[in-house]
Design a protein around this ligand. Structure first.
Ligand SMILES: [Zn+2]
Length: 424
């Protein structure tokens, strides 16, 4: 049996980092920037080399998918892995990955006077002796999520070279525009016929995240009555004061600056007003579906109370859901999580169920009926010039994905719940 090919993973990672795939919030194109298609086409060729089947790229959703065919006669449902090709909103031109072999644990001087220091980023100490890859200081690196892509390819290469290892159909999907929350929303999952999947986006080895926020946004309008202040007695209704009364009605402690882990919050985005008219924009976030609904009810209730007090339907509310946590769906299918926990334990990784305090591709894909938790990609300090990853972490990711595919063959017939039936 051959080993996980670390130099292959490293080469692919460095090559892909150099392609500028920064996504663009302002663009309405699919995908939002052409560099993303360039990289998808490069990966498409790689999938062909690795012998994948049913490779396809669709211009409609800009997703590239392919399948590593099953090597077993046992009954196993198809599983999938997902990584995104775009990078965050930070300089991505002429990215020059720096490879520091046998990292000695010392600070690293980057361009523009930046220093990647162990005092500021103590997690570097975990990687002494490994091959550390950084940007040169003038750009981001793009480990988010090219480390996920490189790890995925490492898994495919290993399984191809070791065809005696039994696994079911393993699908892979590479998509655009994750950083701006647009890519996976468009993904036509008919092209991805898996029972469940995992995103490989951020996180540390051993992490699994399947609960993210439920998210809603609201605009509240307040209409006052303007009269001369000298003759205002019993007549004036001040919209700006109504707006502040509304804010006073929200729980003061449930704000982002007071929230962490599984806490939810209300956040006032803007509060503009005068006597005549005021407008408040806010967002609501909560991991728990019930308390998410309660938070929305509180807002509706406050609007009702103010209307009762001031009459004439002076306060109007527009509220809509933005995205849903996949937590409820995934909790109904504990096998999807247990399989990963089992693989982690087999590899000696310490499993950690973590909250993901933001949206992910997995939210959108789960909403389309495919339970999709997030695992990890092994990088750190994402979205800026101090980003780094080690070759060893990406190889560990590849090894973990191999283990998940192997364990799925062993555990599939012993699950407590029956496999999820999907209309592909
Ligand atoms: Zn990402």
């Amino acid at each position: 049996m051959t080993k996980i090919d670390q130099s292959y993973i490293q080469d692919k990672f460095v090559e892909y980092c150099k392609v500028n795939t920064r996504s663009d919030e302002q663009s309405t194109a699919v995908p939002t920037t052409p560099g993303q298609v360039d990289l998808l086409k490069i990966i498409e060729k790689e999938l062909e080399k690795l012998g994948l089947k049913d490779i396809s790229f669709s211009e409609e959703d800009s997703y590239l998918v392919g399948k590593l065919s099953s090597t077993t006669n046992k009954e196993v449902t198809p599983i999938g892995f997902v990584a995104h090709v775009d990078t965050a909103d930070f300089n991505s031109e002429n990215i020059r990955p720096q490879v520091h072999k046998n990292y000695d644990g010392k600070d690293i001087s980057l361009k523009e006077g930046r220093i990647l220091s162990t005092s500021e980023f103590p997690s570097l100490n975990k990687h002494i002796g490994e091959t550390l890859i950084t940007a040169d200081g003038s750009t981001l690196l793009g480990a988010d999520d090219k480390a996920g892509i490189a790890g995925l390819l490492g898994m495919l290469k290993f399984l191809k070279e070791n065809s005696s290892i039994e696994h079911g159909d393993v699908w892979v999907a590479f998509g655009p525009d994750e950083e701006i929350g647009k890519g996976a929303a468009r993904f036509n999952v008919k092209r991805f016929p898996v029972e469940f999947a995992y995103t490989l986006d951020n996180g540390d080895p051993g992490d699994i995240a399947f609960e993210t926020f439920n998210a809603a946004a609201a605009t509240v309008d307040f209409h006052g009555t303007v009269v001369h202040p000298g003759e205002a007695y019993g007549l004036m209704v001040n919209a700006a004061l109504m707006a502040s009364e509304f804010i006073q009605g929200l729980p003061a402690s449930e704000v982002p600056e007071n929230s962490r882990d599984f806490d939810g919050y209300f956040m006032i985005l803007s509060n503009i007003g005068n006597v005549d008219h005021a407008e408040i924009q806010l967002i609501i976030r909560d991991f728990d579906t019930n308390s998410f609904e309660q938070k929305k009810k509180l807002v509706t209730g406050l609007v009702g109370k103010l209307n009762q007090k001031y009459g004439l339907n002076r306060v109007s509310l527009k509220m809509h859901d933005q995205y849903r946590s996949p937590g409820d769906l995934i909790k109904q299918h504990p096998y999807v999580v247990n399989l990963v926990l089992h693989a982690y334990k087999t590899l000696g990784l310490k499993p950690k169920v973590i909250p993901f305090r933001g949206g992910t591709d997995g939210d959108f894909i789960s909403e389309k009926g495919i339970p999709t938790p997030n695992l990890f990609n092994g990088g750190a300090n994402f979205h800026g010039p101090y980003e780094y990853v080690t070759t060893e972490s990406m190889a560990l990711l590849a090894k973990t994905l191999v283990e998940i595919a192997k364990q799925h063959v062993l555990l599939n017939n012993h699950r407590d719940e029956s496999p999820l039936k999907r209309k592909y």
